[in-house]
Design a protein around this ligand. Sequence first.
Ligand code: ADP
Ligand code: ZN
Ligand code: MG
Length: 613
Amino acid sequence: MAGRRPRTALVATLVAVALLALGASRPADAAPASPIPVPVPVSRALDLLAAGDARSATLSGPSGDVTLTLRAGGRVLTTALPYPALVEQAVAAARAGDVPLRVTRPRAAPTAATPAPSGGGFDPVVFMREWGGMILLLVLVAFTGLALRQVGGARFGHRVKPVRSVTRFEDVAGIDEIRDEVTEIADVLSDPERFERVGADLPRGVILHGAPGTGKTLLARAVAGEAGVPFFSASGSEFVEVYSGLGAKRIRALFDAARKAAPAVLYIDEIDAVGGRRTGAPGSGEREQALDQLLTEMDGFRTDPHRPVVVLASTNRIEDLDPALVRAGRFDRRIAVGLPDRQAREEILGVHTRRRPLAPGTRLADVAAFTAGMAGADLAALCNEAAFEAARGGRETLELADFRRALMRLAAGPEKRSRVMSDEERALVAYHEMGHAIVGHLSPRCDPVERVTVIPQGQALGVTIALPTEDRFLATREDCLQRLAMMMGGRAAEELIFEEQTSGAADDLARAHRLARRMVEDLGMGAPTTERSISPEDGPGGEEGVERRAAKLVEDAYLQARGLLARHEETLHHAAARLLAAEALERDDLHALLGPRPSAGRLTPRREAVVAP
Ligand code: ADP
Ligand code: ZN
Ligand code: MG
């Protein structure tokens, strides 16, 4: 398995929730609309400010009716501050967290319109003709000056100031494998002499790498929080998306500030934005100038042994970093932050349900079991969504069912029961989804089907959801083939029953095609035995070779699915009718309808090895 991508990516793809939907294919990752303000409790807003977790904040409105608006984590949050004491607290919290706080003046009550000058000494037309050009020029100059300040100074200015991190290692769960390494960095910061006495080289640059949402930023904050030192942070993109020369300046300003405040943690998020490989391509000059500055700062960093600055950086594309950046003396330590395994997921869920009481009998271990492939950020979102589910049901504690529903909602969006479909459409959808479900049920290496619906959800008209029950770190060719067959089950059912194709299977086809291509390109699974991985870069014929083999895999999967359904056509009719009547069938209903699943059998060597006595 000489994949070019790291193995975790493979695991994530193969273990993630399989969601097969019939409907208008959704535009991949549609850009999120500009955020609408979400009301939050005052306590939460103040916490965010004090922890420095907000990017900016604004107070607006007349006194007695002040609104606080925050930007945090890409969202806009608001809360009302009806009492002056609350306004004071907000100001104090913004100070503590070093969040730039703006106040927009309440508008003065509209005054009576000033009467227009009636004749006399001043003629506006003449005035404009004579002075207009000059005024325009002055205004333009003022604007340009303002814009430059916005881009260069003001927006970045606050970042050069550190925050006091309130995050602790206990807030980062499931990190047993790397706990010693990160604890040591915190120790170095809080007691450098101890390391110096034994002649240990203090770490200077450490790269945290791993999939998005695995807690890299959280860890960096925790290191600063545990050591009780100031936390400076910036994102790599802040150094490249600016006017010429500014990126390098910002880097210098940040390092200078950190050195002054040492001991300190300096954190650069998404360092690949600035630290990617040099290409020398036209237009990359600005980025490379910033990278040079970063290298200089790392080298010129004569860390005062008594007051060290540790530079932490994170990326999810470590292989793309410029080799100069990871050379000895620069970012020469790496800590891999992996996707959490089952045990780690349980611990992370524990952290995020601290303030959300569980119903008696609800075990987080069970939630951990069906969330294979999810990162810490996904689990945090899941707990939040589960709390919403409980609230919707008018309950004060979280049940296992809340987590299941939350997962399905996160995977496919809210169900839209109000959307009306014609009877013909509903029948098509029922057969299509049941096709997925039956092929999945009869393919032992597919994850068990959790729920099938003919309820519109997100862009889809119905969905089939399969959830993993265990972590898998290795996919066999057979796993992939059965998964492909399940993806093609919808289309196969349509053609078998209606001798017709619908546009709704387009998403399934695209998804199947992607998996097939990965099998060919990365996994060396294009053909049964010895063929190595091939890729479009393999010279002439590479792309066609990949395409031809992938198409063959999808075609075979379709035939496999269709064959299975043809052999179980009676079951398909019966189950589709039940689905139409019930709108949604759960795992237990499916077992009752379809019977027990064939067992997967363990992978065993064909012949036991003979051990010599
Ligand atoms: P990354 O920087 O790796 O993309 P973040 O640190 O930004 O991930 O994680 C986003 C959020 O997900 C965190 O603020 C936290 O709520 C949650 N989270 C991620 N990993 C963990 C973890 N190991 N333990 C607890 N919470 C986590
Ligand atoms: Zn489908
Ligand atoms: Mg991050």
